[in-house]
Design a protein around this ligand. Structure first.
Ligand code: EPU
Length: 431
């Protein structure tokens, strides 16, 4: 059993470089299914979700090669089958659902297992289905498999009832393969949506409006290979900003960021009394005084990201006074409160609202990573805590953070990854 062991209270100082965006990469990899030719993708993070996708594509007949630590070459020319139904990796992650859109776009049919991913309560895919149906696919879900079939897709005008990152990207992928003009309204606007559109456009697609709430796709072109560099990870950058903000005396330069993507996070940290200096492609974060209480509400981009909610809530546990955090995207994203309470946090959760009363310090404890971002929030709490914190179930964290331990160690974090031996049963006590 692997765990992180953290000795807290040591200020973070130095430089950390952000990796490529997880949520862009996990959409761009499935998007290569639409391309006949070799895609060279740079700035790919070395994380478990990416490894799972490479595994799935290889099984589908793609040629996937690692060119250096962050560059891969993917050639899906030989992919012939639109079925990825019996693959365990598909059920282990959320982004595998992008294979439905990509296979539909390429073959007009797709058979893919239902996705997994972090557990925030029910995560429906009705908007994805609405979009695929508008494009002319017939969808059925049986025995955990999504079966999308058509005699050829047609252009459509689609209005999403909820703003969904996944549905926006998925329908965009399918529409790229459909001759004619498809319009997506009430689209999500996250930076990784723009990145996926830029990737597809650089391979010959014609997508306009990504990053606004109306996306127009002229589909049906044959996409060719090419080279593309993934944008830096907004949430990884925000996580290091929150970590620096959590430990008094910290001063960290976070490199390889797009400051524009960080605006909502920078603004909230500044409101909380943290010094944030934006440069062209880096951000300096300094914490040299007490934290102020603030209120935060998560919203789709350009609002404050839900994927930064556990990290900022953890930070606000250390602010003077009472902060209110409202989760505006998911129904159940405060499940980690129970873990933070083990470290002394005073949090009162009622559905999508969490009232936090500031404490002077966390106390080290044994805690679980309930999911990816909640898990990294435990790490932040551990870095700020008095004494030793042990974080278990770290596989959730390693799905999405590249070299977290090494990066934190490089800025002075006393954190290590340790293998805990399973308890040995004493003779005579078996069972
Ligand atoms: N929703 C529906 N119907 C749908 C799709 C979504 O009701 O068909 C609802 C969801 O239940 C949720 C809201 O709409 O309440 C937003 O969900 P969205 O579809 O935007 O989320 P997602 O595509 O499943 C991606 C990221 C998440 C991130 C969200 C929101 C990937 C692989 N995942 O999920 O990332 O929280 O967007 O920004 O891109 C993470 O990285 O830790 C993570 C969970």
């Amino acid at each position: 059993m692997e765990k992180y062991v953290i000795r807290g209270g040591v200020p973070l100082q130095g430089e950390v470089t952000v990796s490529g965006s997880k949520n862009a990469t996990v959409a761009i990899i499935p998007a290569t299914v639409l391309v006949k030719g070799t895609c060279i993708i740079e700035n790919v993070p070395d994380i478990n979700d990416v490894a799972l996708l490479f595994n799935i594509l290889t099984r589908m007949g793609a040629e996937v090669r690692s060119l250096d630590r962050t560059t891969v070459s993917i050639d899906c020319t030989q992919v012939r089958d639109c079925c990825v139904e019996d693959c365990e990796a598909v059920r282990k992650m959320r982004a595998s659902y992008y294979l439905i859109g990509a296979l539909l776009g390429r073959f007009g049919n797709a058979k893919v297992g239902l996705p997994g991913g972090c557990d925030f309560g029910v995560r429906p895919i009705d908007q994805h289905i609405k979009g695929f149906e508008a494009l002319g696919a017939e969808i059925s879900i049986e025995h955990g498999i999504v079966n999308a079939s058509s005699d050829g897709l047609r252009e459509a005008s689609i209005y999403f009832d909820v703003v969904s990152v996944g549905a926006t990207i998925n329908v965009m992928l399918a529409a790229v393969g459909v001759p004619g003009k498809t319009v997506i309204e009430n689209a999500a606007k996250e930076p990784h949506i723009v990145d996926v559109a830029n990737f597809l456009n650089s391979m010959g697609a014609d997508i306009k409006g990504a990053g606004t709430d109306v996306i127009r796709i002229r589909g049906g072109q044959e996409l060719h290979g090419g080279r593309y560099e993934v944008i830096p990870d907004q949430i990884e950058a925000g996580t290091y900003m929150a970590a620096a903000a959590a430990v008094q005396g910290s001063d960290v330069l976070i490199k390889n960021v797009i400051p524009k993507h960080m605006e909502s996070i920078s603004a909230k940290l500044e409101e909380a009394g943290v010094t944030v200096v934006e440069n062209d492609d880096s951000i300096q974060v300094r914490r040299d005084g007490p934290l102020n209480r603030i209120n935060v509400k998560t919203l789709p981009y350009p609002g404050f990201p839900t994927d930064m909610q556990p990290q900022i809530t953890t930070l606000l546990c250390l602010a003077e006074g009472t902060s209110i955090i409202t989760e505006g995207v998911y129904d159940h994203r405060f499940r980690y409160a129970e873990e933070l309470r083990r470290m002394g946090a005073k949090m009162d959760v009622d559905g999508k609202i969490c009232v936090v009363e500031g404490i002077s310090a966390f106390m080290g404890a044994r805690v679980r990573a309930c999911d990816l971002r909640a898990g990294v929030a435990m790490v932040i709490a551990g870095l700020a805590a008095e004494g030793i914190t042990e974080v278990f179930d770290i596989e959730h964290i390693e799905r999405g953070y590249e070299n977290l331990v090494e990066k934190l160690q490089a800025i002075g974090g006393r954190i290590s990854r340790v293998t805990e031996k399973k308890p040995v049963l004493e003779a005579g006590k078996i069972g």
